[in-house]
Design a protein around this ligand. Structure first.
Ligand code: ADP
Length: 300
């Protein structure tokens, strides 16, 4: 029996891609796609040629997070063309193939594997410095096939995104042991939504009387701060939303012998940038999350 022809095509297609990074998470909703999107924006801003491949078939949020909702994929004689945010940032997602963004994709394993395979062998990326692959959450059949395909072409490793809660960290252990089992290097773990950050200048200050009457005191507080201690206006309030008494991601990484890349706070401005399909690095309001993300990317 000769080599799998699909695998041969994937290896040929990926020959023009220097680095491949898989972004994984144990659960949905922890910020895996947000991280993949912002990582791609950051690498593109560093003048690398970047591709972002979204294979989170059941929840393709990447088109929205890159500001590409409603766009369609085109075909050329070279293959499927990614949708471009900039000339050095191309995106491919099942989201571009759905007739309506609300459409649910209910596919079973083999069909999902089929489309993932097709994405890997039929998309014409051209020369890429980085291919960021946003995987579905968990460790299912899809993951095994993605890893197998990518390993045949040489993959740098995986970044695992988690939140600080214990339930999420337990899943990270599963992700790490999955990577170990399939021989995939863990580039590191990112702890997202770690502490809620809000610049004091974004707060609304309400006074509530005993009878429940509310009054907006924001203007008064701002004027007071301006007069008495203007540096207060630059303060950022941080509150721990999740219990991190067990030591969070850093401790878990130490226990499991994998690198801890850092923490990204829960930042309403980052959420806004992501929802609007923008890079947080171009947004002066992402005062807390953008430097945190930058520090993580620099460690890679
Ligand atoms: P996943 O890919 O893990 O399912 P998403 O990246 O889609 O998760 O994130 C879920 C939601 O949380 C999105 O609305 C996203 O904008 C928001 N989000 C993710 N990370 C942060 C953060 N650090 N601060 C604020 N909002 C965030």
């Amino acid at each position: 029996k000769g080599p799998d022809p699909d695998l041969v095509s994937i290896v040929e297609r990926m020959a023009t891609v220097k680095h491949k990074i898989l972004v994984l998470s144990g659960k949905g909703g922890v910020g895996k796609s947000t991280f993949s999107a912002q990582l791609s924006f950051a690498l593109a801003a560093m003048d690398f040629q970047v591709g972002l491949l979204d294979i989170d078939i059941c929840g393709p949020s990447i088109p929205k997070m890159l500001g590409l909702e409603g766009q369609e994929i085109h075909q050329s004689n070279l293959g499927w063309s990614p949708v471009y945010v900039e000339s050095n940032l191309g995106v491919m997602s099942i989201g571009f193939m759905l007739p309506h963004p609300d459409e649910a994709v209910i596919w079973r394993g083999p069909r999902k594997n089929g489309i993932i395979k097709q994405f890997l062998k039929d998309v014409y990326w051209g020369e890429l410095d980085f291919l960021v692959v946003d995987a579905p959450p968990g460790t299912s059949d899809e993951h095994i096939s993605i890893v197998q395909f990518l390993q045949a072409t040489g993959i740098d490793g995986a970044i695992i995104v988690t939140t600080p809660q214990q339930v999420s960290l337990i899943d990270v252990r599963k992700e790490v042991s999955f990577c170990k089992k399939v021989g995939l290097q863990v580039l590191g773990v990112v702890e997202n939504m770690s502490g809620l950050c809000q610049p004091l200048s974004d707060f609304r200050f309400m006074s509530v009387t005993e009878t429940g009457e509310q009054k907006d005191m924001t203007q008064w507080v701002i004027e007071y701060m301006k007069e008495k201690a203007p540096e207060m206006l630059n303060l950022v309030a941080v509150s721990e939303v999740f219990d991190s008494s067990a030591g969070g991601g850093a401790k878990m990484c130490k226990d499991m012998g994998v690198p801890f890349l850092g923490k990204i706070p829960l930042d309403p401005q980052l959420c806004k940038a992501a929802e609007e399909g923008r890079s947080c690095f171009d947004d002066s309001k992402c005062r807390v999350s953008a430097p945190a993300l930058k520090a993580i990317i620099e460690k890679l």
